[in-house]
Design a binder for this molecule. Structure first.
Ligand code: ASP
Length: 369
């Protein structure tokens, strides 16, 4: 009798060991498939909230970033993450967190959004931004504004206080006045660094145009510029999931250096540079806008999650690392899905990026490795 009890005990013990072994194996496999899979499928959403941000992608390598600039960038990204996280932690909505985060990046001359925005070919600044609420697909976007200090706040007002989704130029400025938003001189956005970038871009353009193969289309000029080893896109964006499990996304930019003829990129285009839908995911993009518009990048990622039943990581990899890369479209995205899984995916040398969740420590990264 005692012998049988002992062998039963042994059997049970062995079974436990086998179960433990397979559980561990499964955990390791998930980690290697998706580095940022929080495994939150069955998680009580109110305990998992947070945000992911970017400050632009591009040719960002240790070699072309001084240690001083790197620490200034890290500090600003961290400040922005903390502002957004505080909003969420205090019970604020994902929309409020996204706009609080982006305002900080817009006010910093380090990024190509708000203060520090790139120059157009006419040596002015034209700013674009958009914001989307995953609860009801409500969205606001503004393009080509010249005097609104924080374009993301104007996009938010369009979303909340107008019947429209997208306003441009003078009309958008007029609406900003009505909403009592802070206005500034266009020169407020200027920095020496961006002026030098414009001069370089114009020089390159001149050299090309006097060569045997002048570039006929602006797109080719922007294409060439995005391949430039010194090029960094510098657009800013954020995606967030709040305590109620609601998703939001926002993006703000000065566009691309030396842009002409009122060129508008993907950042203010809902479905291209920004998208949020509680049924799938929230995405903010940065990169060569013409490609992100053609490939409807932000929406495509969410559609693959919702209709294609892909994981967020798979969807992001397919769009950014396969489709866009094949087409020569450089850039990246940050995204969160409805379960709180998140990705930071880019096909460039680097992307200024970071995240913080209630159950995941703050992390800021710049380079690929
Ligand atoms: N996507 C932006 C644009 O094409 C540029 C950027 O991401 O920096 O306007």
């Amino acid at each position: 009798m005692q012998k049988r009890q002992v062998s039963n005990f042994k059997l049970l013990f062995n079974l436990c060991l086998i179960t433990l072994f397979f559980t561990l194996l499964n955990a390791c496999a998930n980690f290697s498939i998706n580095q940022y899979d929080t495994g939150s499928q069955d998680m009580n959403k109110s305990t998992h909230y947070g945000l992911v941000i970017h400050g632009g992608a591009g040719t960002i390598t240790r070699k072309n970033l001084s240690p001083e600039k790197e620490s200034a960038l890290r500090a600003k990204l961290s400040e922005a993450i903390q502002a957004g996280y505080k909003t969420l932690n205090d019970g604020g909505s994902s929309i409020d967190a996204v706009s609080a985060t982006i305002v900080i990046l817009e006010n910093s001359p380090l990024f190509n959004a708000g203060k520090g925005a790139v120059f157009t070919s006419e040596q002015t600044h034209e700013l674009d931004a958009s914001l989307m609420d995953g609860r009801d697909l409500n969205a606001g976007a503004i393009t080509s504004v010249k005097n609104v200090k924080n374009p993301i706040l104007l996009a938010e007002q369009v979303m909340l206080n107008s019947r429209h989704v997208m306003l441009s130029g003078k009309g958008a400025e007029e609406f900003a006045k009505q909403q009592n938003l802070e206005l500034v001189e266009n020169a407020y956005f200027s920095t020496d660094f961006r002026l030098q970038q414009l001069h370089k871009a114009k020089l390159r353009e001149k050299q090309h145009n006097s060569s045997d193969h002048p570039m006929e289309f602006d797109d080719e000029i922007l294409d060439e510029q995005s391949q430039d080893p010194e090029h960094k896109f510098g657009t800013v964006g954020a995606v967030a999931i709040d305590k109620n499990g609601n998703l939001a996304a926002g993006t703000s930019t000065g566009g691309m250096t030396n842009k002409r003829f009122g060129r508008i990129g993907d950042s203010p285009v809902i479905g291209a540079g920004t998208y949020a839908d509680n049924r799938s995911c929230a995405v903010s993009a940065t990169g060569h806008g013409e490609y992100f518009i053609r490939y409807a990048v932000a929406h495509d990622v969410c559609a693959r999650v919702m209709h294609g039943k892909k994981s967020l990581q798979q969807a992001a990899d397919e769009v950014i690392m396969q489709d866009l890369l094949k087409a020569n479209g450089s850039g990246g995205i940050v995204a969160i899905d409805k379960n709180g899984n998140f990705v930071l995916t880019f096909n460039t040398e680097g992307m200024y990026r970071g995240y913080k969740f209630s159950d995941v420590n703050e992390k800021i990264q710049i380079y690929k490795m």
